[in-house]
Design a protein around this ligand. Structure first.
Ligand SMILES: [Zn+2]
Length: 330
């Protein structure tokens, strides 16, 4: 029924107990898509788990060994903010395999949505903020290694900065004065936010996030848009449009990894922005339209979403699929 595939596995459920991170959201998204009559079984495709050697394209052998042997320190487990178990390791491997698969399918079909993944706080040598393995960084490195692509762009619209992504791919911020286009706040008349530019090599990283939120230390992305608390739909969309245009002026990716976090939502428990459900759907449409206009394949991952009502998180994530259908199906 869809002109692209949805990558999903029942094994996406993370066994982490009672948690603000509702790990049942993946199953609920799938059920809602069926309830809306948007999908049938043929739209879904199940991933294989990533291999240890895939994971080591991004993560250090030392860290991967600790995960496999269960020898993380108490401090490392605390920093991850989810309880360690071998089952949780297996779950991250399947999400990572899902992102590798979604990236491959995006190259083939123009777009693919992984109904999981987006673990952008994982670093090469440690996990943080509910993220044990950096699924889409592994996917990018896997495609590069197989010479399927050379250059990728990450567009991270989770409310939290993509610190792991920046640490893996990013570079030091340049002085704003070095770039004539760096006066965005005044040029575009947008209130509050700041756009910072960094270097990029083969992966260009864009992150739009609430400045006053986790992570405290934000390693530089290629473009960081630090947004003030409480920003609404219009300002957010203007900043996103601005960041995409600026990024695509500087860099020609062969794949966009879109991190469609649901947590910029006004009712999110861990976010402090004020986007509406409609505004978040416009955000998705904007990313898809820009990619389609330039013929750049897009793979989507879901990342965060901690709305007071889990139904809202599910609606926001389902809308990403609907937006993809509207933009790529026409
Ligand atoms: Zn988040």
């Amino acid at each position: 029924m869809l002109p692209f595939k949805l990558v999903y596995s029942e094994k996406y459920f993370l066994p982490i107990g009672e948690h603000v991170f509702r790990a049942d959201k993946y199953r609920l998204i799938r059920e809602r898509l069926f309830a809306l009559g948007l999908v049938d079984d043929s739209d879904f495709i199940a991933p294989q788990p990533a291999s240890e050697s895939d994971v080591m394209l991004v993560h250090s052998p030392h860290y991967v060994n600790k995960l496999m042997e269960g020898s993380l320190s108490a401090r490392e487990e605390l920093q991850m903010e989810i309880p360690y178990s071998p089952q949780v390791v297996d779950t991250f491997l399947i999400h990572t395999g899902g992102s590798i698969f979604a990236a491959e399918l995006a190259l083939k079909d123009g777009v693919c949505v992984n109904l999981g993944g987006g673990f952008h706080h994982a670093f090469p040598d440690h996990g943080e903020g509910f993220c044990m393995m950096h699924d889409f960084a592994v996917a990018i490195r896997s495609l590069q290694k197989r010479k399927l692509i050379q250059r990728a762009m990450t567009v991270d619209c989770d409310v939290h900065q993509g610190n792991g992504t920046a640490a893996i791919f990013g570079g030091a911020h340049t002085m704003p004065a070095a770039l004539p286009s760096a006066h965005q706040a005044s040029v575009f008349g947008l209130a509050g936010g700041k756009m910072l530019y960094g270097n990029s090599k083969d992966v260009f990283t864009i992150s739009l996030h609430q400045e006053n939120n986790y992570p405290m230390f934000k390693p530089p992305s290629s473009i960081d848009v630090n947004l003030p608390d409480g920003i609404g739909d219009d300002d957010y969309l203007a900043w996103l449009d601005n960041a995409l245009s600026s990024g695509l002026r500087q860099f020609e990716p062969e794949l966009i990894c879109y991190i469609a976090g649901a947590d910029p939502y006004r009712e999110d428990q861990l976010g402090g922005l004020a986007l509406t459900i409609e505004g978040l759907k416009h955000r998705d449409e904007l990313v898809f339209r820009v990619a389609r206009a330039r013929d750049i394949p897009v793979m989507v991952t879901y990342a965060g979403g901690y709305a007071r009502r889990v139904e809202d998180t599910v609606t926001i994530h389902c809308n990403t699929v609907i937006a993809a259908k509207e933009v790529f199906g026409s």
